[in-house]
Design a protein around this ligand. Structure first.
Ligand code: AMP
Ligand code: MG
Length: 494
């Protein structure tokens, strides 16, 4: 008997279309625009495994064509969704997926349902002045950042892969097109709620709210006021997310309400940046002239955005006090979550008045000296683990100040187990984060069609708490950013 080899594996996803079933007011059914002669640029094997993709999937032209937008996967029903939002504090009206196509949800081997979405996949009715495309540069940044944040334990949308093409895309200069396949339980944003609320579509607002509660916040169903309970739950998640961002030194750059996930995920990576030298007022988005989204304003903006969500939900909450009661905990949840994370950065299982004072003092010193955020915390971790104090001390000009601080810190540490503290710190303070210059370096290689550096960097970012000196760029990428890094200008143009 002749046995034929199995056909190169077509991903046999089981599909569901929960978002589509909300009704035609929520979206426009629409296939992606084909991308000329696509090729693979980057892939996340970890994400592929989680989705249950067969091992050989990357080798199949089917998958490449499907994820470039040239072929609709059997069972998928692509659509672009409509939402609105506040941009830079101003009501912007209707926005929507201007360059993204939701393919539907697929069932994972762990029995979760995850939405697949293509970004950069062509014009939609919501493209406004845009061309529906994303450039290679910004796609690489989004892909790497999504997977890096996930590995840091920070809630985020994920990325499966990037497909690219030589098709030109005009920005400040002519670049080339790419499509990122993004993955999340849902891509619903605060802006979806704002959209139906602003248009007085209360039935749709209710349908959306019910959908989000039933699928993602089932405990809210039993509450006396489910919409208020949802607001309270989103408030909790957003407070936790803001604490995660602040503690790791992540700046989003465009915290418009249409870029706020209803699940409290980091979403829509644009001009984001990880802090280099600590400057609380740092603005990473070159287009953010007023510094609305500067590092130290992010927690406040998180609250502002929740307030916008509360206003959008008012027709359902129907009780101003209930809405205010749902938001109010942010003012204690966020500081408590941040205290907890900062205590962990110091190797302490719990925050205390003493840990808060230490954090305050060292942040003031770091801000004065623009001390590198990631390097300081990592070196401090190694010092607690036994490395000489010089490695920390040498980071500062004001040696007397850091020595005084280290002395106080030692006193506090003396009350706990030092090995445990070092262990906690080395799992809390990453050795490596995706700094702008690292992304720039692999982007420059990718523009020359050398995509391997993206995979090699991804491998480092997937285990950010491990020392990986065998990688040829390890010393540079875990060291101080080069001078040219401070001149990198990242704007909304992507
Ligand atoms: P962003 O700032 O990337 O979150 O995008 C804000 C809005 O502009 C969203 O509605 C996007 O879909 C849309 N948008 C951004 N870039 C493009 C583009 N090149 N083509 C079409 N729409 C875009
Ligand atoms: Mg966006």
């Amino acid at each position: 008997m002749v046995t034929t080899p199995p056909l190169a594996a077509e991903p046999a996803f089981e599909w569901r279309h929960g978002f589509e079933s909300l009704g035609p007011e929520f979206h426009t059914p629409l296939a992606p625009t084909p991308l000329r002669d696509p090729y693979w640029v980057a892939r996340s094997d970890a994400m592929a495994r989680q989705l249950g993709l067969p091992a050989g999937a990357w080798q199949t032209p089917h998958l490449l064509e499907a994820l470039a937008g040239n072929r609709v996967l059997p069972g998928s029903r692509p659509l672009a969704s409509v939402y609105s939002g506040h941009q830079f504090g101003v009501w912007a009206g209707q926005l929507g997926d201007g360059r993204a196509h939701l393919l539907g949800e697929v069932r994972t081997p762990a029995d979760d349902w995850l939405e697949l979405q293509l970004k950069g996949s062509g014009l939609t009715p919501y493209s406004r002045m845009g061309d529906g495309r994303a450039v290679l540069r910004s796609s690489i940044r989004e892909f790497l950042a999504s997977e890096a944040m996930h590995a840091l334990g920070i809630p985020t949308t994920r990325a499966l892969c990037i497909t690219g093409s030589d098709q030109p895309v005009r920005r400040e200069t002519v670049e080339t097109a790419a499509v990122v396949t993004r993955v999340a339980p849902t891509f619903i944003r605060f802006g979806h709620f704002e959209h139906f609320s602003a248009n007085g579509q209360v039935d749709e607002l209710r349908r959306l709210t019910d959908h989000v509660i039933d699928h993602f916040y089932p405990a809210c169903r039993a509450a006396a006021n489910p919409a208020a309970a949802l607001l309270a739950a989103v408030t909790q998640r957003t407070a936790a997310l803001m604490a995660d961002w602040q503690a790791v030194g992540f700046m989003h750059g465009v915290m418009n309400t249409d870029n706020m996930s209803i699940l409290g995920l980091t979403i829509d990576y644009g001009p984001f940046q990880f802090m280099d030298g600590f400057d609380p007022a740092h603005i990473c988005n070159h287009s953010d002239h007023s510094g609305r989204y500067a590092y130290h304003r992010q927690p406040q903006i998180g609250y502002w955005n929740l307030f916008a969500l509360a206003q959008a939900l008012m027709p359902l909450i129907d009780d101003q006090q209930a809405a205010l009661d749902a938001l109010e905990p942010y003012k204690t949840l966020f500081p408590a979550a941040l205290d907890q994370r900062m205590a962990a950065k110091l190797g302490l299982p719990q925050a205390s008045d003493a840990s808060r004072a230490l954090v305050r003092e060292v942040l003031e010193l770091m801000a004065r000296e623009r001390t590198d955020w990631t390097i300081f915390w990592r070196r401090l971790s190694h010092h607690v683990g036994g490395a000489p104090a010089d490695t920390v001390h040498d980071l500062f000009v004001d040696r007397a100040a850091i020595d005084r601080w280290l002395l106080q810190y030692q006193e506090l540490l003396a009350q706990s187990d030092r090995a445990l503290a070092a262990g906690l710190m080395l799992k809390t303070n990453p050795a490596i984060v995706l700094r702008n210059h690292m992304a720039e370096e692999v982007i420059a290689r990718a523009k020359l069609k050398d995509f391997q550096p993206i995979q090699d960097l991804l491998a480092l970012l997937e285990t950010p708490f491990d020392e990986q000196p065998a990688h040829p760029r390890w010393a540079d990428w875990t060291g101080f950013p080069p001078d040219w890094a401070s001149h990198i200008q990242i704007s909304c143009s992507s």
